[in-house]
Ligand binder design. Structure first.
Ligand code: AMP
Ligand code: GLY
Length: 412
């Protein structure tokens, strides 16, 4: 039997916890830096720079270090890395560049314009019909997008973003898009530079409040599989969006090894790409990982090594998974931190219920906007939902907020 791989997962949130838990089935895993909640739940965490850690494989979780070039630095030092270099990560780091790449690769996406001054931006907005969509060009933790039926609000948002008020330098360029409608879908693919293989489809919930109300967040929950999406739909998205994008990257010399995550809207004219992310989705990963069968480390290592053709494609349990995110009071605008969390230290592991620590600080207190993710598994989405909410009820902290309608519609 091959020796167990030593895997270092870079990051500190719920996504990294879920990745580590799945990788740990077949590999020796450390998370760098992780957080005290993960540690309490049985994941080894080390707070040294990743460059100082010896591992057979590095898996980078968040977008910011990828955009900043951690993939290049680790690879240049001779490591095997699952995660693109800075050139590929620009797909997420600049929405304007991403739109240009999609247009060049003939990938269906919303019509758009890119602006660095308010006058022409507002003129373009006025030429479109509602809903109006204003995006910050750079990284904004999922919060740089405004979708509104109110033209005045859209114009004010353009001014605020371009003035650097809302997102600093990341907002000095805005992308304005045609408003699309339809259900949303997240499809992540594992890429080895030349080939891409899909993971199970998932759906996330970006708005803070029930009924898709309130501000956009990093994600308040997710579920998988998505009943409205079958294997043919997944194949069509791979052929129409993911593979052409990977090829377009390769054409300009980018050897993209990592996750290509397509955020799509299933419009009446077919699926259109809203965004590409260059890493695993959060909280889609918290829903997906417990469903992923077999050796996750083997597949990620093969992708990082450019030889996905040497391993079997990812396979998923037939069970449904529903993830509910427990957020801090005041999230997303001004999360209140430092609250003691009850129920985490007495959490009992269970194959149908998983707890992932996202924003947990020393002494098991709240330390971020999204604090914990609870994922339930079940034979149906309804059963998985019940499990997840039952689990959510076992955790408490002052001001805890979570949506009560995650996957409710899909459960029927
Ligand atoms: P993004 O970060 O680009 O995926 O945008 C965040 C969210 O804003 C998406 O999940 C959609 O709900 C919404 N959104 C983004 N682009 C559009 C669009 N062109 N039309 C309608 N809604 C959009
Ligand atoms: N769940 C959305 C994201 O990871 O960007």
């Amino acid at each position: 039997m091959a020796a167990r791989l030593r895997v270092c997962v870079v990051g500190s949130g719920g996504r990294e916890h879920a990745l580590a838990a799945a990788l740990q089935r077949t590999a020796d895993v450390v998370v760098c830096p992780g957080n005290p909640g993960m540690q309490a739940l049985g994941i080894a965490c080390v707070s040294r720079p990743p460059e100082t850690i010896e591992a057979d494989l590095f898996v980078v979780g968040p977008e910011q270090p990828l955009v900043d070039g951690i993939g290049d630095r680790l690879r240049d030092a001779g490591n095997l890395v699952f995660g693109p270099g800075a050139a590929g990560a620009r797909l997420e780091g600049s929405k304007a560049w991403m739109k240009e790449m999609l247009a060049g690769a003939d990938v269906p996406t919303a019509a758009y314009g890119v602006f660095d001054s308010a006058g022409p931006a507002i003129e373009f907005l006025r030429s479109l019909s509602p809903p109006w969509v204003v995006k910050t060009d750079g990284l904004a933790a999922g919060k740089g997008v405004l979708v509104t039926e109110d033209l005045d609000e859209a114009c004010a948002d353009v001014e605020a973003k371009l003035a650097g008020v809302s997102f600093g330098a990341a907002g000095r360029l805005v992308v304005i898009e045609e408003g699309l409608t339809g259900p949303e879908l997240s499809l992540m693919a594992v890429c080895d530079g030349k080939r891409a293989v899909p993971l199970a489809a998932a759906q996330d919930f970006k708005r803070a409040l029930d009924g898709d109300k309130g501000p956009n967040t990093g994600g308040m929950g997710a579920y998988s599989p998505v009943p409205a999406v079958d294997d043919d739909d997944v194949a069509a998205i791979m052929n129409g969006a993911v593979t052409p994008t990977l090829e377009a990257l390769a054409d300009i010399g980018i050897d993209y090894r990592g996750v290509l995550y397509a955020g799509l809207m299933l419009t009446p004219e077919g699926p259109k790409v809203l965004e590409f992310n260059v890493r695993f989705g959060d909280p889609e990963t918290e829903a997906l990982m417990p469903r992923w069968k077999g050796d996750v480390s083997e597949i990620l290592a093969a992708a990082a090594d450019g030889r996905l053709d040497s391993v079997a494609a990812p396979e998923f349990l037939p069970d449904a998974a529903v993830c509910v995110m427990l957020a801090a009071e005041g999230y997303p605008a001004a999360p209140k931190t430092g609250q003691p969390i009850y129920g985490l230290d007495s959490w009992k592991a269970d194959p149908s219920l998983h707890l992932y620590a996202a924003g947990v600080g020393p002494g098991l207190t709240t330390a971020g906007g999204r604090v914990l993710a609870v994922t339930g598994l079940g034979e149906t989405i309804g059963r998985a939902r019940e499990r997840a909410y039952e689990g959510a009820g076992r955790i408490s902290f002052s001001g805890v907020q979570y949506r009560s309608d995650i996957a409710a519609r899909a459960a029927g």
